[in-house]
Ligand binder design. Structure first.
Ligand code: SF4
Length: 97
């Protein structure tokens, strides 16, 4: 069973999220991130959840997180102060068509 010609953004759009609004499963310490020279999180997140503000701060929205863990691996300055999987029943629900 193939997925035909569905492109990645379209495929990602099929996923459903049950966002735990009361408990962010990933948290940043912005004063560390603003000093990080490389800011690799901006480039590796497949869901493009990290953004660079004009002020130089990194903004982040955990709501569309795919729980891949890539940002956690590339963050060398410990700007990510919390990374856990969402609590049970929360988080991404992958759909493949
Ligand atoms: S775990 Fe993956 S999808 Fe979630 S914020 Fe980090 S890089 Fe993005």
């Amino acid at each position: 069973m193939g997925i035909g010609k569905i492109e990645a953004p379209e495929l990602l759009g099929l996923n459903k999220f049950n966002v735990d609004e009361e408990n962010a499963h990933i948290e940043l310490k912005k004063d560390i991130c603003v000093k990080c020279e490389d800011k690799p999180c901006l480039f590796v997140c497949p869901a493009v959840l990290y953004n660079l503000e004009k002020s130089g701060e990194v903004s982040f929205d955990f709501a569309g997180c795919l729980e891949c863990g890539t940002c956690r691996v590339v963050c060398k300055n410990k700007g990510i102060v919390k990374w856990t999987y969402p609590r049970g029943t929360f988080g991404v629900n992958f759909r493949f068509g």
